[in-house]
Design a protein around this ligand. Structure first.
Ligand code: FES
Length: 155
């Protein structure tokens, strides 16, 4: 790759908004791939900026770094991913993103109705969840989709 297509870690941090410590972490985790100058300095292809934008966007809609890593591993190393590569990733992610979208919609709508959490605090609960019947099917807000009830280790 031509030298001028390569960015320093500082340039990537400034343009992407990620801390240099995060970039080193993502490189250790294999989420981004960099190379070294003869002096040992990190250099990244400009295409890393798109990967970083996806990492941040995916995290913001609740995808874990493991999920993101699995999806990004579908992209080729050693060359800039093409639109076709990203389209393939998009197909892989479509079902997961649709699940997140459905979850966000349910959360938005659930704020005004009973979510089956056991609180019995809304007038609607008496009808939708009499005597916390929903609790018999398991913990958490039983009327919210599984994507919103998932345990988040370390959260
Ligand atoms: S909102 Fe909590 S039980 Fe209905």
């Amino acid at each position: 790759m031509r030298q001028d297509d390569l960015l320093s870690i500082g340039e990537v941090a400034r343009r992407s908004g990620h801390a240099t410590s995060a970039l080193r972490f993502y490189e250790r985790e294999g989420l981004v791939v960099g190379e070294r100058t003869p002096g040992g300095q990190r250099r990244y292809p400009r295409s890393v900026l798109r990967r970083l934008a996806f990492i941040r966007a995916a995290q913001n809609v609740g995808l874990s770094l493991q999920e993101i890593g699995r999806a990004l591993s579908a992209l080729p190393d050693g060359r800039n991913p093409t639109a076709a590569d990203w389209a393939r990733l998009s197909r892989v992610w479509r079902a997961r993103l649709d699940e997140q979208i459905a979850g966000l919609v349910a959360l938005r709508d659930g704020l005004t109705t009973c979510i089956g959490c056991g609180c019995l605090s809304l007038r609607r609960c008496a009808l939708a969840n009499p005597a916390d019947l929903a609790g018999s099917s398991g913990p958490g807000a039983r009327f919210l989709p599984p994507a919103l009830r998932r345990d988040r280790p370390g959260a």
